[in-house]
Design a binder for this molecule. Sequence first.
Ligand SMILES: [Zn+2]
Length: 298
Amino acid sequence: MNNITRVALIGGTHGNELSGIYLLKKWGKNNLFSHWPQLDLTQTIANPRACERSVRYIETDLNREFAIEGLLDSQRVGYEQLLAKKLNYQFGPKGNSPVELMIDLHNTTSNMGACLMLLRKDVFNIGMAAYVKERMPEATIFFQDNLPEQRKRFLVSVAQQGVTVEVGPQPNSVLQQETLELMETMTRHILDYVVLYNEGNLGSLPTEFEAFQYTEDLVLPTDDRGQRIAMVSKRLEQKDFHPVEPGETIMETFEGVPIHWEGNYTAYPLFINEAAYHESHSAMSLSQRIIVRCADYF
Ligand SMILES: [Zn+2]
């Protein structure tokens, strides 16, 4: 792969996730973007109007508007739909973008800590994961390279490579120092990694590291009027990336009937009770714990 020099750092894709927005402000004020002179590093607030109002989006979720068909569809003229076309013009076009890496900064209300979310398992991404995990052992590496195609409509999909920094728990429209610090630490490691990757100067990476692999999403059951009839079990509250064995209670109906995890594998939930997934009645996503051996990719 070519050198990665054009790097776009994005905040405010969701206007009520404040860490990314304020990280860009902070770095701008302290002139930190010049800390990586080897990179052509740009910073962009993706959805300024949503940021102004401190809402996730104005009309539709911007981070789901980057399917190729949607970007080419002249009928799609909603606010975020047009904004997606503008961003695709600015950073893309998707599939033929000059931007080698996009880093999108997000918050979650779930207790996921500092999570590096990756869309590919290639040398660049595996190396980044190993590098970040070694320097930031508290970080969680999450691979979503197996997401269904219709779910990969993220802003980062416009660039040649894209990673998401997802840090929580932080309530929407709130800025917490610890969360900002975690995001800053992870983002610095990513940018340091890119410089060393280009120089071929990574030194020795760990031979293996722990990660989590997306498996599926679980929704809360609803009645025939679309009303929820259950909630996430208190046993799982704040327990993102903790193991759940088959047969364990994961939800409970309002009549007090437990709902069990019926899969046949030890699941590691994430995005448990994430506020933004209210409309979809999502209860959580599930993953499996994996050990990634770097030698399998290098
Ligand atoms: Zn977000």
